[in-house]
Design a protein around this ligand. Structure first.
Ligand code: AMP
Length: 325
């Protein structure tokens, strides 16, 4: 007889965490869970911080068992990016995940996930044309392919992604719909340092001086968000150009911002640029900048985009409706 979920939870020691290194090991663990067990899944590349843990906490609230993965996915890095020096802190990550309530971690070697040259990938149409895709040519194909593989291995009920990587979240939500993958995607608000800088594993690369000024990105995006929301409340649509100007002026006021890679005002349905932002259209205002040599990304959501992205029920209805229209 299958144990009940309540019974199942009580037979797992409170602070027990299982680490599966191979697909077969994870599948074995998965097969021993009760059939109706709701699995919440948090995919990560490790070097965990409070942003990752906030996803785990939401998953713990909503699921019977929480699984996380730690895998630095080489296929989403382009040549010259930081694959080799990406920060690693596996033992600390495990402690954090265990304390937050994760019961199983999938942490494969690269050779387990990519044993040879693959013939098949998930190729997102048009995402190479959006700003983040132009800046990182291999990124979205690499992300969609690895997340699809992880979903097939973990077979979660829910999967949790951060608003911080908004285009990734929108892509994955679209992927599960387009490919009929039975998992519900939940996007959770960005967790920030006290000065507003979005938490990121890559913040560790910032020097003390760069760190001191790096909240400029969030300040610039927030100024745009306030302006757009105020204008939209008065029924004024705001042009892409005027939003871009506000952000550019603030970013240019900081000498340590060495490059503005892009500023994007896009649709929360497919990340395509929008000309005029109304309350109803909402907008994903995002940017990538270099502070020194460190690449920072961040975004804010205006008007209806906030509900569409963060409120699942409304999003599912609107998302499907908008994609049809
Ligand atoms: P990564 O390990 O960078 O691949 O991130 C794993 C997940 O954590 C992704 O869904 C990210 O969007 C999410 N994440 C990263 N930083 C934050 C943050 N500051 N707040 C919320 N979620 C985050």
């Amino acid at each position: 007889m299958q144990p009940t979920l309540r019974g199942f939870r009580s037979i797992l020691p409170r602070r027990f965490i299982h680490v599966a290194r191979t697909v077969a090991e994870f599948r074995k663990y998965r097969s021993e869970l009760p059939k109706n067990c709701k699995i919440g899944f948090v995919p990560t590349m490790g070097a965990l911080h409070d942003g990752h843990i906030s996803l785990v906490q939401r998953a713990v609230e909503e699921s019977d068992i929480v699984a996380a993965s730690i895998f630095i996915n080489p296929s989403q890095f382009s040549a010259g990016e930081d694959l080799d020096k990406y920060p690693k802190s596996f033992d600390n990550d495990l402690q954090l995940l265990k304390s937050a309530g994760v019961k199983v971690v999938f942490a494969p070697l690269t050779s387990e996930i990519y044993p040879g040259k693959a013939l098949c990938h998930v190729e997102p149409s048009d995402f190479s044309l959006i700003h983040e895709g132009k800046a990182r040519p291999d990124f979205f194909r690499g992300v969609a392919s690895i997340v699809c593989k992880l979903f097939n291995i973990v077979q979660p009920t829910y999967a949790y992604f951060g608003q911080k990587d908004i285009s990734q979240g929108i892509l994955i939500r679209s992927m599960v719909q387009d490919l009929n993958i039975p998992v519900e995607i939940k996007i959770c608000e960005t967790v920030r340092e006290t000065d507003g800088l979005a938490m990121s594993s890559r913040n560790a690369y910032l020097t003390a001086d760069e760190r001191r000024v790096s909240s400029i990105l969030y300040k610039a995006l927030s100024a745009a968000e306030i302006f757009v929301n105020e204008q939209n409340c008065q029924n004024n649509d705001i042009s892409n150009e005027s939003i871009t100007c506000i952000i550019t002026d603030i970013l240019n006021s900081e000498p340590l911002v060495s490059k503005i890679e892009y500023i994007s005002i896009a649709s929360c349905i497919d990340m395509k640029e929008i000309i005029d932002v109304s309350y109803h259209s909402g907008g994903v205002i995002s940017s990538a900048v270099r502070v020194g040599s460190v690449r920072l990304i961040d975004n804010v959501l205006t008007g209806h985009a906030k509900n569409m992205i963060l409120n699942l029920t409304e999003l599912d209805n609107n998302f499907n409706h908008n994609r049809k229209s």
